[in-house]
Ligand binder design. Structure first.
Ligand code: ATP
Ligand code: MG
Length: 413
């Protein structure tokens, strides 16, 4: 289908260079989906017929790095940005090595490195809406599964191939399906939905390191309050973040979701940086209050006991996943500074590690409490404009029906 998509000039150039060198090449995956849905993609991935070595020959050793073990691909550097360039893949071979006693896992994939054609590459992808290819030279979209464009139009998440098998092959797809539901307010196509419910326990077999990567992506997303809600509604949260699942519906979790929501509005408005450690701190703050016997929103007084509680909460909230230590330490600093902020602004606060993020969390707390932020902006200072975003966003972010609730208590919203 002929259509102009507003792709990054650098990504388009990379495709063009590959095509000029004789390789079929496209912009693929999330970027094509996002642009068709009117969102701005966070990155542009390229897929092509060239092997990683051939990609390196096209762009030169200085601008290319070959990475990955399970999935070898190239990083091409352009104007300070990294573009992922992968080679068309076939559907991978299966393994039986990790099959459990109960047969869960006998279809699990461990290696994904057999190169193939563009057509094969589209079919080995997870969902039809993620399998669209865009040729920026011809300005043409290729829908090789034949269903992707329709599903974009109908707002449907449809697994490619046999849904139950696709979830068994790679249980992280269960989470990826629900991320699409949360992020775009898509529905699951019927068979995909049935398979998702029946294969949820496969999440137990997903690798902790891949789930940790998903957690970091989730914390960075400005939809993470919705992600958690949808994961809960569909019964996936217990396998992903069991501690948060166990506290679902309790005041501390409700407050945590409110803080994340407020943070997300500000990130979307680009008035705040998109910081993983700030999201971690926002999520953890109510649990620290709880651990110290405080009501949600009442903070604590700093003491060795409070510092221990902060460390303990950050160490257990995301278990069994292990976010990067750097981020956890940074979240710890953000939390430690919260009571100090409430004692009035002192210039030495500015020199404290993590102050600007801590101040952002301070504003978020006060915004959730429904307070006027102007006096605080005056007191704490703020390099960027603080805008109230809650009422207007409330309407646009939660406009539709709630998702079906199949597990546990009904969702809050
Ligand atoms: P995001 O906006 O979160 O980056 P994305 O769809 O681009 O969404 P990526 O993790 O960047 O997600 O993956 C890029 C593409 O690779 C996907 O669009 C999909 O086509 C394919 N893909 C990623 N993970 C899987 C998987 N587990 N199984 C099959 N295909 C996958
Ligand atoms: Mg992507």
């Amino acid at each position: 289908m002929k259509q102009h998509l507003n792709v990054s000039a650098d990504a388009a150039e990379i495709v063009e260079d590959l095509q000029r060198a004789g390789f079929e090449a496209y912009i693929v995956g999330g970027a094509v989906r996002d642009l068709l849905l009117g969102r701005s993609p966070k990155d542009f991935d390229v897929s092509c017929a060239a092997t990683p070595e051939e990609v390196r020959a096209v762009f030169g050793r200085r601008s290319t790095r070959i990475i990955g073990k399970r999935f070898r691909l190239s990083h091409v550097f352009r104007n300070g940005e990294i573009y992922e360039v992968s080679t068309f893949r076939q559907a991978p071979a299966k393994t039986e090595s990790r099959a459990g006693k109960d047969h869960w896992g006998e279809n699990l994939i461990v290696s994904d490195n057999a190169f193939g054609t563009a057509e094969e590459d589209a079919w080995r992808r997870d969902f039809t809406v993620n399998a669209l290819f865009y040729d920026p030279v011809k300005e043409e979209i290729l829908d090789l599964t034949g269903q992707g464009l329709d599903d974009i139009r109908d707002h449907l998440v449809r697994a490619i191939g046999e849904p139950a098998l696709r979830f068994e092959e790679d249980p992280v797809r269960l989470l990826r399906a629900l991320k699409l539901v949360a992020q775009f307010d898509f529905a699951l196509e019927n068979q995909t939905e049935n398979a998702l419910f029946s294969k949820l326990p496969c999440m137990k077999l997903a690798s902790v390191s891949r789930l940790t990567l998903e957690l970091e992506k989730l914390l960075q997303s400005s939809y993470n309050d919705r992600h958690l809600q949808v994961f809960h509604d569909y019964g996936l949260l217990q396998y992903f973040l069991p501690t948060i699942h166990a506290a679902w519906g309790l005041p501390e979790t409700e407050y945590a979701i409110d803080l994340l929501y407020e943070r997300n509005c500000r990130v979307e408005e680009r008035s705040y940086r998109n910081s993983v450690s700030l999201a971690m701190a926002a999520l953890a703050l109510p649990f620290v209050e709880k651990a110290l016997g405080r009501e949600p929103g009442t903070l604590w007084e700093n003491s060795p006991e409070a510092s221990d509680a902060i460390r303990r909460v950050l160490g257990t909230l995301f278990k069994p996943l292990t976010p990067m230590i750097r981020m956890t330490l940074s979240a710890e600093h953000i939390l430690l500074l919260q009571p100090a902020l409430e004692q009035g602004f002192r210039p030495q606060l500015l020199r404290q590690r993590g102050f600007s993020h801590a101040r952002e969390l301070g504003f978020i707390r006060h915004a959730v409490a429904g307070e006027d932020l102007a006096p605080l902006v005056k007191e704490w200072g703020e390099s960027r404009e603080i805008r109230e975003c809650r009422p207007e966003k409330e309407a646009s972010r939660y406009p539709k029906k709630r998702r079906p609730v199949r597990h546990d208590r009904p969702g809050r919203r």
